[in-house]
Design a protein around this ligand. Structure first.
Ligand code: 5GP
Length: 189
């Protein structure tokens, strides 16, 4: 997606060898107009699939899924990273390791929002080592729902997430695919 690639080159900041900071338009301050186009593009890519629900993970996935959900005309659900009094009753859980924060988390989704009739599109901001996406796909499997695929805003193709999902036969649609980050320079596939 050209608009997104241009924005990454203009406003993205490389941290170290493998982290891209996009907090001026995606992860902290959010460009709603760009997200509107991102939502539209996910809809275009999964146009032939009858998606009934979108699943993402808090916090950065929420705005992305919200815009996409509008274009698909379906509700979205976000997996929670912390237990709270608002999350009562039966929940699906999955363990996710975060390499950026070096912690293990149990993500949780209330069982009442998914059933075996659902076709679920998983969305997230980044694909790095694939752990967040796998955790979300695991929840879809636990619900007995069908997985439409995984939609990613920014894929770091030089990390193993893409090949892990490919190896499991999961359809992945990434709107920007970064082939390399070299001395602060980003090259797309
Ligand atoms: P994975 O589970 O694929 O290793 O990592 C995906 C998650 O880690 C995303 O949900 C995202 O929040 C975070 N992440 C991984 N790499 C980056 C990065 O380069 N920049 C930012 N901003 N987040 C990242």
């Amino acid at each position: 997606m050209k608009l997104l690639e241009e924005r990454i080159l203009k406003d993205g900041q490389v941290v170290g060898d493998d982290i891209l900071k996009v907090d001026s338009f995606l992860n902290h301050q959010i460009d709603a107009m760009l997200l509107e186009e991102i939502g539209k593009e996910f809809r275009r890519r999964f146009a032939e699939v009858k998606v009934t629900k979108i699943l993402t993970i808090e916090a950065s996935g929420i705005a992305i899924a919200c815009m996409a959900a509008k274009h698909f005309g379906v509700p979205f659900v976000f997996a929670k990273k912390t237990a709270s009094k608002n999350l009562v009753g039966d929940v699906y859980t999955s363990k996710v390791h975060s390499f950026t924060q070096n912690v293990d988390r149990t993500i949780m989704v209330s069982k009442k929002f998914f059933n075996s009739d659902d076709t679920v599109l998983v969305l997230d901001d980044f694909l790095a080592k694939g752990q967040a996406a796998l955790g979300l796909c695991d929840i879809v499997a636990q619900a007995g729902a069908e997985l439409a695929g995984v939609g990613i805003v920014i894929e770091k193709s030089f990390q193993e997430g893409r090949s892990i999902l490919d190896a499991r036969g999961i359809r992945v649609e990434s709107l920007a695919r970064i082939a390399t980050i070299n001395e602060g320079k980003i090259r797309f596939i």
